[in-house]
Design a protein around this ligand. Structure first.
Ligand SMILES: [Zn+2]
Length: 408
């Protein structure tokens, strides 16, 4: 039997591995990530899978099909979290996938394809400021220059991998070839309020919105807060404040756009010193690439204008960019059928948040199933789902897997 109770208990169990006392923060390649990943590998093995830690720190497992070596249906999600996170974003998808394989294994059932389950080590990008590291490595699209990226403590990603017991040089070996992976399917909490508002436990995702991320550094002149008159100042932080509002204004210009400045730092950072340097990030997302690209160029030109007016220099660095990833119509239709067979009304919806499927889309067709979460809340300790909804999600996922065999 599929057990939603066990799925939720396992999410609770993983939430114990946290660097934040009384909350949940688990970043890529941390000791807490190691403990959680080892736990997941154990559950994968109990479910009858061959499981191991791969070269970038993903928990990767395989359940052979009717004969060894068949191409696979890949299921997965991520095991890292944002800071002060919820217990289900990412983990629910990994654990639900393991539950499905466990169900098949107990019945000694083998399908005409293998099933692989991956718990990706990094999706959120908290530690190194660049996202989808685990899934991009599996898709073979990870640019290895990222190994030089540093965390806030100054450790490079290459060093962090070595400290985790991994060899960065082996990362290219985990790249999958087209044809080895028949499809990628991910169950994830919705992270939005649509399903709850419509009284639905699950929904089928149509596409994952694209995103662009910038890091902007404005430089002026630091000076004494008491002696430099206002008209002679080149205050980088005051300039950044204008840029934050300009970003908000551009994002508000179209209901499909969202834009966020999530980080800002001023240097030297003292109460009595005019900030000579300010760094901030920009995150823009949209369901259409043209719309996002136009917004990004508008934001960039506004930043340049503000800098010019205030006699600041500006450096705009593009951190990461991902186009819209459409879910496969063929797989969406199969997921629709699974939703209906399990007795739910069909609802399709786009994903405003990024997911590992964006990376896997480079090598295979993808689809996603959303599960309702309370209040649409995620990236927050208040993130919550009911046992009934966890059950609905895993039942639809299993139904999809079982019928994937027939419809391929
Ligand atoms: Zn997630």
């Amino acid at each position: 039997m599929l057990s939603a109770e066990r799925i939720l208990a396992r999410c609770e169990s993983l939430a114990q591995h946290s660097e934040l006392a009384g909350g949940l923060t688990r970043v890529f390649l941390s000791p807490q990530a190691r403990a959680a990943t080892d736990k997941v590998l154990g559950w994968m093995r109990e479910a009858g899978m061959q499981a191991s830690l791969d070269a970038i720190g993903n928990a990767a497992a395989r359940y052979e099909g009717e004969r060894p070596g068949l191409p696979c249906l890949m299921l997965g999600s991520h095991l890292d979290t944002v800071r002060d996170a919820g217990k289900y974003d990412g983990m629910l998808g990994v654990i639900s996938a393991i539950e499905c394989v466990d169900f098949l294994n107990r019945q000694k059932r083998r399908l005409p394809f293998a099933i692989e389950v991956v718990g990706f080590g990094d999706e959120e990008g908290v530690r190194f400021g660049t996202t989808l590291l685990g899934s991009r490595a599996v898709a073979g699209t990870l640019d290895l220059s990222v190994l030089d990226a540093r965390d806030p403590q100054g450790n490079s990603m290459a060093d962090a991998l070595r400290a985790f017991g991994l060899d960065p040089k082996r990362i290219p070996e985990i790249a999958r070839k087209k044809g080895e992976v028949l499809a990628y399917a991910e169950l994830h909490i919705e992270q939005g309020p649509v399903l709850e508002a419509e009284g639905l436990a699950v929904g089928v995702v149509t596409a994952i919105n694209g995103f662009s991320r910038l890091r902007v550094t404005l430089r002026g002149a630091a000076g004494h807060a008491g002696t430099v008159p206002m008209h002679l100042r080149r205050d980088a932080l005051a300039g950044a404040a204008e840029c934050v509002l300009a970003t908000e204004q551009v994002a508000k210009s179209d209901p499909e756009l969202v834009g966020t400045v999530g980080r800002i730092e001023a240097r030297p950072g003292a109460i009595n010193v005019i900030p000579g340097e300010a760094m901030f990030t920009v995150d823009v997302r949209a369901p259409r690439d043209e719309l996002r690209n136009a917004a990004i160029s508008k934001i960039k030109s506004q930043i340049q204008q503000v800098s010019k007016q205030r006699n600041l220099t500006c450096e705009i660095e593009s951190l990461q960019e991902f186009g819209v990833t459409a879910c496969s119509p063929r797989l969406m239709a199969q997921m629709d059928q699974a939703v209906k067979r399990q007795g739910h009304r069909l609802r399709r919806l786009p994903s405003g948040a990024g997911h590992d499927g964006m990376a896997l889309g480079a090598i295979t067709d993808i689809c996603m199933l959303f599960v309702r979460c309370k209040g649409g809340i995620s990236h927050n300790p208040a993130e919550s789902i009911t046992e009934g909804d966890a059950a609905a999600g895993v039942q639809v996922l299993l139904d999809f897997i079982e019928h994937f065999a027939l419809q391929r």
